[in-house]
Write a protein that binds this ligand. Structure first.
Ligand code: ADE
Ligand code: ZN
Length: 329
């Protein structure tokens, strides 16, 4: 039995496998600068967040129709099911797709169709979160958010992603206020490459319900105290942090310190097709590196469920599955 978990930090666009990229390029007549699998794979050596984002955004050129979104969402959920995912809160970047002439309705209806397949085939429940680019003007985010609300698109929350350094959360204060006023959940990437101060801003100015990454909180002891006291969820992505050089090696990853400090951390995969593995691979890496006991693995799973936007009865069912896992050996 796989450890039952909620996947809360996963970018749909970061699940595009190289083979799928080339397949869709052929199908949709898109010319990529790296036409063979070998040439494409040679690009996957990153020096920082931006070097990854440049490739990640370029590859999105292959996504052209609602059916493409449905297909990649279903493919992701098939793989997520194998790694024990019971609930997913899926990120997507609307700006990346509108830029290429798709409509919000095409993107969202395709993703939703895939999510429904995940529910009926594998019993994976879901929420959908539209992430805004912090490197783009806040006006662009606001315009899309107003459309999402006005046209009643089926999204459950908003997030904030892309290049972090130089784009502090304060820039998106009005966007997040508008989302909260309209009953949307709010999360933000902060403290991945950016300083602890960006985490403080995300909490105070955006009033987020979770921090995505947040590993640089350790540079500010007062912030750590606050995050512990508030039991603020931090969605940590170990393989991503190593591949994007936020830390040099897994041995230097702060997960063990974060757990020992009492921070509410959970483990996630971020962009699994780019960083060497899905949720199970992230768990395997930290279990091996930090010698995590089954009890500690269960804490990480419970934290992911607790930090999700599921209602209390749905959370209780998943906590029951974690208990069954603990008793299963
Ligand atoms: N978009 C996709 N993955 C991301 C990450 N790790 N950080 C910021 N933006 C992203
Ligand atoms: Zn991310």
């Amino acid at each position: 039995m796989k450890l039952p978990v909620a996947e809360l930090h996963i970018h749909l666009e970061g699940t595009l496998e190289p083979e799928t990229i080339l397949h869709l390029a052929g199908q949709n007549n898109v010319d990529l600068p790296w036409p063979s699998l070998e040439e494409l794979r040679a690009q996957y050596d990153f020096s920082n967040l931006q070097s990854f984002l440049d490739l990640f955004y370029a590859n999105l050129a292959v996504l052209r129709t609602a059916a493409d979104f449905q297909q990649i969402t279903t493919a992701y959920l098939r793989r997520a099911h194998e790694s024990g995912v019971r609930h997913v809160e899926l990120f997507f970047d609307p700006q990346a797709h509108l830029e290429r002439g798709l409509t919000l309705a095409e993107v969202i209806s395709g993703i939703r169709a895939g999510l429904e397949t995940g529910l009926s085939r594998w019993g994976i429940t879901h929420k959908l979160i539209a992430c805004f680019w912090r490197h783009a003007p806040a006006e662009s985010a606001m315009e899309i958010l107003r459309t999402l609300v006005r046209e009643k698109h089926a999204v459950d929350g908003i997030g904030l992603d892309s290049s972090e350094l130089g784009y502090p959360p304060v820039l998106f204060r009005e966007v997040f206020a508008y989302a909260r006023e309209n009953g949307l959940h709010v999360v933000a990437h902060a403290g991945e490459e950016g300083p602890a101060e960006y985490i403080v801003q995300a909490l105070d100015l955006l009033q987020v319900e979770r921090i995505d990454h947040g590993i640089r909180c350790l540079e500010d002891p007062a912030l750590v105290q606050r995050l512990v006291a508030e039991q603020m969820p931090l969605t940590v992505c170990p393989l991503s942090n190593v591949r994007l050089r936020a830390v040099d090696t897994m041995a230097e990853h702060p997960l063990r310190r974060m757990l020992d400090l009492g921070l509410k951390v959970s483990i996630h995969s971020d962009d699994p097709s780019y960083f060497g593995g899905y949720l199970d691979a992230n768990f395997d890496a930290v279990i091996a590196q930090f010698d995590l006991s089954r009890g500690e693995q269960a804490v990480l799973a419970r934290n992911s469920i607790e930090a999700s936007f599921l209602d209390a009865p749905a959370k209780a069912l998943l906590f029951g599955e974690v208990n069954a896992w603990l008793e299963s050996r």
